[in-house]
Ligand binder design. Sequence first.
Ligand code: HEC
Length: 131
Amino acid sequence: MKNTLHEAILVTLLVTGLYAFIKYCESNIRYYSNYFTFEKVTQNVELKLSSQAGVGEKVFKANCAVCHGAKGQGASGPQNNDASLELLKAKVLTGSYPPGYKPKRTTRIMPRFPHLKDKIEAIHQYFQEVK
Ligand code: HEC
């Protein structure tokens, strides 16, 4: 009888202990997974893109990268991450070039993007920080 009681107490302690241990592990896993997510965010920050360049990156990747490459390094379209703000405005908004500028290509394939008027500076900033 006495033994059975001891056994019961022992089993209860073991089960409670095991349960506590599992909960403890779970919270650690959650802690570490947060930690890893945090690490990823920090790595992005380490690319050192300012918030304006971050906006430029999004706009560029959504509208230009398909022809010019992810960093404007050139693909089917010519390299353009060396473009001045003036050149970007002329080419993107009206399909023209600043006076005296010698275009890399004489074709007129590139579409115009007048709706990106307010984003040109951000794209330019992206180039400054990524090239
Ligand atoms: C459909 C493909 C395509 C897209 C999309 C595109 N471009 Fe172009 N881009 C070209 C081509 C091709 C040229 C060469 C001139 C031409 O044919 O218009 C060019 C030329 C340029 C030039 C002039 C380069 C130089 O020094 O002569 C700049 C600057 C430029 N693009 C910026 C942009 C930006 C910024 C975007 C996004 C808003 C963009 N392009 C989207 C194809 C594209």
